[in-house]
Design a protein around this ligand. Structure first.
Ligand SMILES: Cc1cc2nc3c(=O)[nH]c(=O)nc-3n(C[C@H](O)[C@H](O)[C@H](O)COP(=O)(O)OP(=O)(O)OC[C@H]3O[C@@H](n4cnc5c(N)ncnc54)[C@H](O)[C@@H]3O)c2cc1C
Length: 469
């Protein structure tokens, strides 16, 4: 049954183990910080047109619609873009990432079953039905803590640095280890665990994919400090909009067989990681295009407030910001229009997806640079909201921070610009735009492996073969 925000929030009161800044949280929904991330997720359940009528599953969330065509992928891009706009420019991951994982599991388990005569696809299909019918909130834990990056999982000095199987029972497996950077895990109903990388035979015990409830025995979340909001009276958008990441620990967690989707078929760990990464990067460029509007809008308002909107260098920055946003959007749309169809499911074109995601990795810093340049140093030095709230000081601040607009208007604009370009949130977003949805190197390796160089090589060979020397 589709759920409303209050049913979703209620479902999080299930005894899950979460730590924040050294303390265990009893109720995530009422916690002064994590509660905000929960309400951000809850807002997704109040979107009016978020459901559609699926011929097999009835009225379910659009995020779970299995893409079968270019049009389905285009719709998915618009869904993610529009929801990010709806939620004040901040991504709402809670059904997007889980569906990215489910689509990739559907494709890869068919291939595993074809090779080994296993029945993983049936399990994934059953789990998918459970998720969509109960309208669940999902997180995906793919990134292992990884230890020494130059070593494979089974070569690490501590065997738990990639999640692994430590016991095989008649009724299921026991897993141990930890994943990191799990977005919204602490406010999800279910966590899907996927392998992070390609593996070799020695890594068999690490080649495992499964799903568990967030309150499963042995699961512990240690949440990052939300510095953009916590203890920051000058927060603007971050008062109501952020997501939380956690170090997600699996301390000998039991997983029943019907929730195990890959078990020691090590040669499929790489393909599973690849399909998920492709879907998830498509999600990334879709939300990043929307998030870019925060910077573009703030730059326009700051330029106007400073009376410099027609200055040539300002126009150059604005053009860079438009390019950033529209390259994300074009990448997503072309990736949707030229999909791979695999096992009857449409996969976003991996080249266009990666080109656009890499552009975002490399150029977000230019967007921030542009906004800082346009805004001026005030965003680092301006008086606090507490000062502005004090009438004795306000008269002076308002008088002296005025620009081409009055002091009150410019103070408000620059408060938000500070959050975007000169704050803890800036640092978080700069890191997220480089690493979230996979590092730059991962995208480059993928591109070099998948790119069809033939056309270019043949062209040059044709030309040089005509050379008479
Ligand atoms: C805000 C945010 C949200 C995220 N959300 C999620 C999430 O919901 N779920 C999830 O699973 N993950 C999530 N991630 C994780 C993200 O996918 C990873 O950050 C990314 O894959 C990079 O991994 P890492 O952070 O461990 O960095 P590393 O992989 O350690 O990268 C550090 C550097 O080491 C290099 N490197 C790594 N391995 C090698 C090697 N073998 N040889 C040479 N160089 C190497 C990298 O290229 C990079 O330059 C999130 C990350 C962020 C920042």
């Amino acid at each position: 049954m589709p759920r409303g925000p209050s049913e979703y929030l209620e479902s999080l009161r299930d005894g899950r183990v979460i730590y924040y800044r050294g303390k265990r949280i009893d109720d995530v929904t009422t916690h002064p910080v994590i509660g905000i991330a929960a309400r951000h997720a809850a807002d997704l359940f109040s979107v009016e047109d978020r459901l559609y009528d699926d011929p097999n599953y009835g009225r379910i969330s659009r995020y779970f619609k299995i893409p079968r065509s270019a049009n389905d992928l285009l719709d998915r891009h618009r869904l993610i873009y529009n929801d990010t706009m709806r939620f004040d420019g901040m991504f709402n991951i809670i059904q997007a990432i889980g569906s990215d994982a489910l689509f990739s599991l559907m494709i890869v388990t068919k291939k595993v079953d074809a090779k080994y005569g296993t029945h993983y696809f049936e399990r994934v299909a059953k789990y998918y039905e459970y998720v969509v019918k109960n309208d669940l909130a999902l997180a995906v834990a793919q990134t292992d803590v990884k230890g020494d990056r130059s070593r494979r999982p089974h070569e690490q000095p501590d065997p738990d640095l990639y999640v692994r199987v430590v016991e095989v029972r008649d009724d299921g497996i026991v897993v141990n280890g930890a994943k990191i950077h799990t977005t919204q895990g602490p406010v999800a109903n279910e966590i899907i665990f996927l392998p992070y990388r390609a593996m070799v035979e020695g890594d068999r015990d690490y080649a495992v994919a499964f799903a568990i409830p967030a309150n499963a025995r042995g699961v512990k979340f240690i949440v990052r400090p939300v510095l953009e909001y916590d203890g920051n009276p000058n927060a603007v958008n971050a008062r109501t909009r952020f997501e939380v990441e956690s170090l997600t620990i699996l301390d000998h967690v039991f997983v029943p067989w019907d929730r195990v989707f890959l078990f020691r078929e090590w040669e499929f760990a790489g393909p599973l990681a690849w399909y998920f990464a492709t879907y998830h990067r498509f999600t990334a460029i879709s939300y990043r295009a929307a998030t870019a509007n925060l910077y573009l809008g703030a730059a326009l308002l700051a330029a106007r407030a400073n009376g410099i909107e027609n200055a040539p260098h300002v126009r150059d920055w604005i053009v860079k910001m438009i390019m950033y946003k529209e390259i994300m959007r074009m990448g997503a749309m072309t990736a949707a229009l030229e999909p791979l169809i695999d096992e009857g499911i449409a996969v976003p074109n991996p080249i266009y997806t990666n080109v656009s995601k890499l552009y975002s990795n490399e150029h977000f810093i230019d967007v921030v640079h542009g906004l800082i340049d346009i805004a001026g140093g005030l965003i680092a030095t301006m008086p606090s909201h507490e000062d502005y709230a004090n009438p004795e000081e306000r008269q002076y601040i308002s008088k002296y921070v005025r620009g081409a607009v009055d002091g009150d208007a410019r103070y408000r604009i620059m408060s938000f610009v500070r959050e975007l370009a000169s704050s803890h949130l800036t640092g978080y977003l700069l890191t997220a735009m480089i690493h979230a949805e996979g590092s730059e190197a991962a995208s480059k390796i993928g591109m070099m492996r998948e790119y069809n160089f033939r056309e270019a090589e043949e062209l040059v060979n044709r030309i040089i073969s005509k050379l008479r020397i």
